[in-house]
Design a protein around this ligand. Sequence first.
Ligand code: E4P
Length: 214
Amino acid sequence: MKIFIDTANIEMIEEINSWGILDGVTTNPSLIAKEKTDLKTCVKRISEIVDGPISAEAISMTAPEMIKEGRELSKIHDNINVKLPMCVEALKATKVLSSEGIDVNMTLIFSPHQALLASKAGARFVSPFVGRLDDIGQSGSEALAQIVGAFRNYDTGTEIIAASIRHPMHVLEAALLGADIATIPYDILKKMVSHPKTDEGIRSFLADYEKSKK
Ligand code: E4P
């Protein structure tokens, strides 16, 4: 499973990229707003750090505007893909943008039906929001499982990004289900590294080594 980071924070991206495990980055308007920057400056800077897909979300709401905005965003760097929110206008825009070789990440996917339509329109990525489904008492993993299961029957060319990840178990579920990618917030990536028994083991190995020198 590929690992993306879900943030627009440059320091966090630099740090996780330095671990050697980062395959790409997703941003959204809320994440960009938190960094008090603008989308173009931010994704351009990210493209100088990470060699992999970077999602930049359009804020237009009609197909012609999405197409225009998508074309502009895609010019920032070859690795930029255009994130569009699932709706009829976005399907129309996806058809056009994908036919021009511009990758689309269809976001705010909450059902297998939406994922199938996005893929059919030519989306390179679909982003089911696992955590936001859990938030309203529905099963995010079940929706993800249905999408992975349905896509497995066909050669769709669309990659599934498990998004809205809230804790390390969501990452594990995504991997066990066979999602292509998980886009993971910084604090969850940090949690994934640690285990109390690893810390204890390091401490005792070092202590034993020190003792052996005496
Ligand atoms: C995905 O690309 C989105 O940016 C993100 O995963 C949304 O997560 P949230 O539900 O924690 O806002």
